[in-house]
Each structure stands twice: as C-alpha cells, then as structure tokens.
Design a protein around this ligand. Structure first.
Ligand SMILES: [Mn+2]
Length: 424
C-alpha cells in the first residue's frame, strides 16, 4: 500500500527542518557528553508488538462509533500492522487473540506475514467469554472454577492456544485471567488461589522450553469485589511457584489510580520476573488510551527503571506490546502516536545520567535527584526519534505521512464501508 519512493519523497520534504533540529539537539547532548549515535542505535533496536484487537475501532459498553476501512480478517490485520511498520520500522510484530484470530490456513498466513515482514508475538488465550456451542460456562470462573470440568475446559483451551502459537512461531503465551467475584462471601479466597495454581501448573507443563508464560494482573473488572490475580504481588507469587519459564506482565492500565508502577518494574526486574509490558494510558481505570497521552512523565519514569534494570539486573529481555482501545481516534493514527510517544519516553530515559543520580541519592541531595530526571525529561528529543525512523527507512513523521498518503481513505475504498466492528 505504501511504496518506498513515496516515503522517500515525503521525507525529502521535511528533511531540512529535521536536520536543523537534530544539529541543535546534538550540540546540547555533546555538552553533556552524551553520544547521540549510541542513543539512535538503541532506538533502532526497539520492537513493539501490535495487538490484533487494536486495529479496528473499539467501543464502550454504551456505544461504538464506526470508521471506514477496518480490517475484517486476520489477513487484513496483518496488512495494517505492515502499514504501521513501513512508517515506523519498529512494530514488525503482531500479537494474536485466540479464538478471535485462528488462522484458517497456517501455511498461508505464515507466508502472508513473511511477505510483509511481520512476525507473530505472544498468543493470548481467552476464558472471559463463553465460546460458541460450549456446554460449559465461564460465568463463574475458568481456571479457578469450583467445577473441575470447567477448569479442564479452560486448561485445554490454553494448551490449544500454545499449539496454535507453535505453528506461527510465537514464543510466549499471555494469560489475563478474568476470574473473580463481585460479592463478599461469593468465593473462598484460599481455595480459589489453590485451584488457580493447580490449573496454571497444568498449562505450564505444556510451555516449550524456549517459551515464556506471561501472567497479567488486574485489580477489578469484570468483577468488582475480588479478582483472583489482582496485583503484581499475586502475579509474582504465581510465576514464582510455577518456575523459570513464568513471568509477570505489567499492563499499565491494570492498577488502581496513582499506583507507583515504576517501583513495581524495579522490584520485578530485581527478582528477574518481569516478562512484558502492555502499554496504554489511563486516568481512572483500564481506560486503554493512547500511550503517553495522559501522563508522559510516568511513562518516562517507568522506562527509566527499565533502562536501569537492564543494566543492573539479570532480568531477561522484556516484550513490549501496546494494549489499547481506540474509540475516538483513527486506530492506526492512535497506534502511530503511541509508538511515537513510547520512543520519545524511551529516548529521554536513555539520556538520564544514572551515575550522577546514584551519587546524589547517596548524599540525599533530593533537589539534584529530581533535577537530573527533569533535565532529560524536559528535552525535546523528537529529532532523535525522527532520525532513527529515517535511518531505518521509515517515515520522518509517521502520522503526517499516513495522512498525506491518504491511507485511511484507501483502506475504506478497498474494504466494506459498512463493516462495523473489529476492535475491543
Ligand atoms: Mn493487557
């Protein structure tokens, strides 16, 4: 859909201004003895996975406002991730949700993905809704259910998801367990925990040696009194009991307001148990808004802990994935903006002088500690991000290019304009 020469032409129209900005920033960084090439190099290695459910328009429980050109099948979802990757060169991964995205023909879908330079990231299981024709129900839980038959159904589903994942080259299974209770007394906390651990152990046995099992947590929703895995502590408890292949996954929107997520990142990395991120932003709950749109400073602080953890701990490489819902914006623009905001925050986190920060911490000079962080945060680093895009062969300004090339208009023309829903 986008030809190389179209991007080159677009970049050429922006290059002069970009180079001015880059030169100016380069001078500032040189004064601070920061090697700009090192930062650009780090940025170029970034890989962010796109979830298959974020490519269409989402909704709330009140309504859904459609947009033309939404992907109607897996093939078209892969195509859309291809568009994002052509523009940004840092999201060549798609994460599938089973059973929503079961390929009809695995060989063909692998071929399509390969032709667009897209790989398959983590596979996600789903036991939060009943599947068509199922005689058993997840209404009162899945892996934690009181009935062994329902637990077995949920376990078998997860094993099936692993098997699908093997066929497309995935290397991890992500479980967000939506089990919980809405009323005091509804469930026995200890028994529920034990049943869940037992179910997870059975799934864990099927995780291949070169895979990870990622366990997400969430304090409330869909249940409002208790969740079986409500917080990072319980996720850590499960992943610790399961073994070396199990890791916790942090979804930024799965915390109560004002939680200190950066501290959670630091501790999980210290314990070598942080497996992945689901990036999004929020004000109140699981708002699933554009990454970095509400609280870019918190995103920066989270990435500061990640950068330090990568240096100071033995935590393995972390998977980065966006998990958001796009109700108002064009989903592809929303994802481009999310990718840009992640890159900006990551670049700033790479500019922090952590040695100086440590020294200031040692003498309790809290004024300087804060200034060191703010020095990096307050810099406009967009020229570095754009330079990295440019060198990788992507667009110097992805959202502008997306608009100028009229991608949404073209997609709408190609695809059924009355198709209403594919987002979450
Ligand atoms: Mn998530």
């Amino acid at each position: 859909m986008i030809e190389k020469k179209q991007i080159e032409k677009f970049n050429l129209s922006k290059i002069a201004r970009h180079k001015d900005g880059l030169n100016y920033l380069g001078k500032i960084l040189k004064k601070n003895e920061i090697n700009i090439e090192h930062i650009i190099n780090k940025l170029s290695k970034l890989e962010i996975a796109i979830p298959s459910w974020a490519l269409g328009i989402g909704g709330t429980r009140f309504g859904r406002f459609s947009i033309g050109g939404q992907p109607r099948n897996l093939n078209e979802k892969i195509n859309d991730v291809g568009i994002l990757n052509t523009l940004t060169k840092s999201c060549g991964l798609i994460s599938l949700h089973i059973p929503w995205d079961i390929p009809d023909d695995f060989e063909l879908i692998n071929k399509i993905a390969k032709s667009k330079g897209i790989k398959f990231d983590s596979v996600n299981s789903n036991t939060f809704q009943d599947q068509k024709d199922s005689k058993l129900s997840y209404k009162f839980g899945s892996l934690s259910h009181v009935d062994k038959n329902v637990r077995d159904l949920a376990i078998n589903h997860n094993v099936e998801v692993i098997n699908y994942g093997k066929k497309i080259g995935s290397k991890s299974l992500t479980i967000w367990l939506a089990d919980g209770s809405s009323y005091p007394g509804q469930s026995n906390f200890r028994d529920t925990f034990k049943r869940t651990l037992n179910s997870l152990q059975k799934i864990y046995e099927h995780i291949p040696d070169d895979w990870k099992l990622l366990i997400e947590y969430k304090p409330y929703e869909p249940y409002f009194y208790s969740m079986v895995i409500p917080d990072w502590g319980s996720s850590f408890l499960f992943t610790s009991k399961l073994g070396k292949k199990a890791y916790s996954l942090i979804d930024l929107g799965h915390h109560l307001p004002n939680s200190n997520i950066e501290q959670i990142v630091a501790i999980l990395m210290q314990e070598e148990k942080l497996g992945g991120f689901h990036f999004n932003d929020s004000n109140y709950g699981d708002d699933d808004l554009t990454v970095g749109s509400q609280n870019p400073f918190q995103l920066f602080l989270i990435l500061c802990e990640l950068v330090q953890g990568e240096k100071d701990t033995k935590n393995p490489k972390i998977s980065w994935m966006i998990d958001a819902s796009h109700n108002l914006k064009d989903p592809l623009e929303d994802l481009l903006q999310s990718i840009e905001n992640i890159k900006i925050a990551y670049t700033k986190s790479l500019l922090v002088d952590y040695n100086r920060l440590r020294q200031a911490q040692q003498i309790n000079d809290i004024t300087i500690c804060e200034s060191i962080l703010k020095e990096a945060f307050n810099l406009d680093v967009r020229p570095i991000v754009n330079e990295s895009n440019l060198r990788l062969g992507g667009s110097i300004a992805p959202i502008d290019a997306y608009r100028e090339l009229e991608i949404r208009k073209k997609l709408t023309k190609q695809r059924d304009p009355t198709y209403t829903s594919s987002g979450l």
